[in-house]
Structures are given as C-alpha cells and as structure tokens.
Ligand binder design. Structure first.
Ligand SMILES: [Zn+2]
Length: 219
C-alpha cells in the first residue's frame, strides 16, 4: 500500500543534494524504499539540480568545482544509497526496509529494548549535528505520554499504526511535529507499532504526571 503521509519537499531536496544530517537521511531513504511517489520527486529534484549547475557552469562556476559537485550528485543518484556510516551485518527482518535495516545489528525482536514508560526504545545511529534517532515500540492500543518538542520530530512507521491528532499513520507514513504540537499519539489495537523517530531537540512531557517525570524520564 502506498504511504499517504510523505517526506517534506525540503527534506527530499536536501536528500537529493546529499546535505541532510545522517539520521534524517536514513529516515528519508527508508521512506523512499516504500514510496514510489517520493522517489520520483527526488529524481526530479536531482534533474533540476543538475540542470541548474550546468547552466551556472557556463556563466560563473569554475569548471573543476562544477565537475566535483556533479560527481557528488552522481554518488547520491540511487534513492536507497545509504549515507556514509559503519554498517553492521544484520539478519534479515523484512519488516524493516533498507537502508535502516543495515543499522540495526539484528531483527526487531532481538534488539536491546529499554523501557521508557509505556514505550520501549533503542538508540540507533550516533547523534549527528544535534539530531538523534531511536526505534520505538509502542504497545498495541497504548497512548504515548502527552509531550511536545523543543524542535522537530519526524516519525516513520515500520509496522502497525498509530493515530495522532485525527490522522491515522501506517507502514511507510511519515508524521512530522514541531514545537507548536502538544500530542499523545496512540498505537492501534491488535498489533505493536514499531517506528523510527528522529528529533533535533529533546522531547518534553507535558501532562500533569509527565511534568514531574521530565527530569527522570527521557522518552
Ligand atoms: Zn512519500
């Protein structure tokens, strides 16, 4: 099934240019593995970027610089090209598309999950430019604690689904939230929901109990 909620154009453009922080690039690339529509948009952005560089090259850009930039675009040509990082050999877990699968070091069931309140989490990639990333496992039918963010949060659904502010997110969908959003996404009943979440600032719990727990509990 095609995803209904997509990566934002600004992220697709930066992905095409190879300028995203690694955790966001991995999230976008994993969405692309499930989304032909966004793959087509990335190809279009790459074509526009290449044409623009060609045009500029005839006027102002030193040819050697232009060639090195064009070569870099060629390197990022594949929609699934993993960003540079040390990749661990992993057993195949088809619930997790590449390139994310290559970063797990195991299937979803064999990871070292840590309980964070009603949600289990595993840190995946090293922090990059202040951006952190985690796998989340939200128990079936369970709401996450009420929280907001100091920055931006992107969440890619891998299995199951969740409802947030009236929208229903399923496998391949990307949910975006910023500091204006105070929410408590709830996993669908019947199946645990696994997600890949990327944040560029810590989360803050906002419910009456959550505020008390903030100094002790990072979710
Ligand atoms: Zn998409």
């Amino acid at each position: 099934m095609m995803p209904r909620f997509h990566a934002q154009d600004e992220h697709l453009m930066d992905y095409a240019a190879g300028s995203l922080a690694e955790p966001i690039a991995v999230l976008v690339a994993t969405h692309l593995a499930l989304c032909p529509a966004c793959r087509a948009r990335v190809e279009a952005f790459e074509a526009v970027g290449g044409a623009l560089l060609e045009k500029l090259g005839t006027e102002a850009i030193d040819r050697s610089l232009r060639d090195s930039v064009l070569a870099k675009l060629d390197e990022t040509d594949s929609e699934c090209a993993p960003p540079p990082s040390v990749r661990k050999p992993a057993p195949i877990d088809l619930r997790v598309p590449e390139p994310l699968r290559g970063y797990l070091g195991g299937g979803l069931d064999t990871l070292a999950w840590k309980a964070r309140g009603p949600v289990d989490e595993v840190r995946i990639l090293r922090e990059h430019a202040g951006v952190t990333s985690r796998l989340l496992r939200i128990k079936a039918g369970t709401p996450m604690p009420h929280h907001t963010h100091d920055g931006n949060e992107l969440t890619l659904v891998l299995t199951g689904g969740f409802t947030d502010r009236g929208d229903h997110f399923l496998r391949g969908d990307v949910a975006a939230a910023d500091s204006s959003v105070d929410h408590c996404p709830a996993a669908d009943p019947g199946e645990d929901c696994y997600c890949f979440a990327v944040n560029d600032a810590p989360l803050r719990l906002t419910g009456p109990i959550g505020r008390l727990l903030n100094p002790f509990l990072r979710i």
